[in-house]
Design a protein around this ligand. Structure first.
Ligand SMILES: NC(=O)C1=CN([C@@H]2O[C@H](COP(=O)(O)OP(=O)(O)OC[C@H]3O[C@@H](n4cnc5c(N)ncnc54)[C@H](OP(=O)(O)O)[C@@H]3O)[C@@H](O)[C@H]2O)C=CC1
Ligand SMILES: CC(=O)N[C@@H](CCC(=O)OP(=O)(O)O)C(=O)O
Length: 315
């Protein structure tokens, strides 16, 4: 039986990318909204209730409105917005964060698709804390650079209008209250809110994030090889993982694989571990596509899990 999918917000950045990934699938029927009626409440309500799965690619308030309009008790939801990521009754859609998470997503009715930034932090820290190599209350800083499509249509228009005169490197959220902090803290298993310093660059798509670790401040100082082994073991144990860990080479300090655009158009995330054991310093780097694993790719991966399809279909 074909699963009926409605993408609410199908004309936006995330919605369009999901549509592209679902195009041509014979196991799905896409219910599309007339462009001129895309904000018409009664038409959205009709389609939300006609769908087996609704994928919400909307601002937070509109996403909450969509959920409230579902009256049939059966439509399942993947919400790409920030609205429900730490909400009661919602399952966090980062399948690789835990061995049990894929099954939890497959069984859930309400899935909150993760934010782009949190995934790099959660992928780095949750396994290290789980393995006991870093205590949960260790103060953590998180830094990264993202392409401007992370800011949706308005930021895309702003950067494209400015062209090469736009800033190449623009730090933001320096009030340290970024909207992704609650999900980073909750699913990263951190006992303290991380210090997060994001940067937007003058390129459309892709991101590189890093968690620096001052290992000498830990109760027991792990080696770089131990950090690497804990991460590699974690992701090797997740069936169908799109997150992989690059081979450990502590001598490698610079590589093209760290280019934020290295995974564009894919659902891959690669983690890299860099360490200097003598100095007791390490950095865990994640490279992924903010519109792929960071948003639309993750949504399609979650959809595949929910309907029991091959997790890599369309990705
Ligand atoms: N871009 C990214 O990298 C990521 C985005 N997200 C999240 O996904 C969601 C969508 O973001 P993104 O695609 O970037 O945003 P865009 O601004 O590109 O798209 C949002 C879409 O929603 C439509 N829309 C706005 N208000 C309503 C409404 N009341 N009813 C129906 N449609 C509405 C917009 O229409 P119109 O343009 O005509 O107003 C637009 O088509 C957001 O919550 C965002 O936080 C999540 C992860 C990453
Ligand atoms: C470069 C940029 O501006 N990025 C966005 C996050 C993109 C993302 O993950 O979005 P949602 O949490 O909204 O789903 C930001 O930092 O607010």
């Amino acid at each position: 039986m074909s699963t009926r999918i409605f993408i609410d917000g199908e004309a936006g950045t995330t919605g369009l990318q999901i549509r592209e990934r679902l195009a041509g699938r014979s196991d799905l029927t896409l219910l599309s909204i007339d462009h001129d009626r895309r904000k018409d409440l009664s038409e959205r309500k009709r389609l939300l209730n006609a769908a087996d799965i609704a994928i919400l690619c909307l601002p937070d308030d509109a996403a909450k409105e969509s959920v409230a309009m579902i009256e049939n008790g059966t439509t399942r939801v993947i919400d790409a917005s920030t609205a429900h990521r730490v909400a009661e009754g919602w399952t966090y859609g980062f399948a690789e964060m835990d061995k049990a998470q894929g099954a939890a997503i497959a069984a859930a009715r309400f899935i909150a698709n993760p934010g782009c930034w949190p995934q790099g932090l959660i992928a780095a820290m949750r396994p290290l804390i789980g393995a006991g190599l870093v205590p949960a209350d260790q103060p953590i800083a998180y830094h990264g650079i993202s392409g401007y499509s992370g800011g949706g249509r308005s930021m895309i228009e702003e950067y494209e209008a400015a062209g090469t005169s736009a800033s190449q490197y623009m730090p933001y959220a320096l009030t340290f209250g970024h909207k992704h902090l609650p999900e980073m803290t909750a699913y990263g298993r951190l006992a303290r809110t991380p210090l997060f310093e994001p940067v937007v660059g003058n390129f459309a798509q892709g991101m590189t994030t890093s968690v620096p670790l001052l290992l000498e401040t830990l109760p027991r100082v792990p080696t770089g090889a131990e950090l690497h082994a804990a991460l590699a073991d974690h992701f090797a144990a997740i069936p169908g993982s799109f997150v992989t860990v690059a081979p450990y080479d502590s001598a490698l300090g610079k590589t093209a694989a760290l280019d934020p655009q290295a995974h564009n158009g894919t659902n891959a995330m690669t983690l890299h571990v860099f360490a200097n054991d003598r100095r007791a310093q390490a950095v865990i780097v994640a490279v992924y596509d903010n519109l792929g694993k960071g948003a639309s790719g993750a949504a399609v991966q979650n959809l595949n899990l929910m309907i029991g399809a091959d997790p890599a279909l369309g990705l």
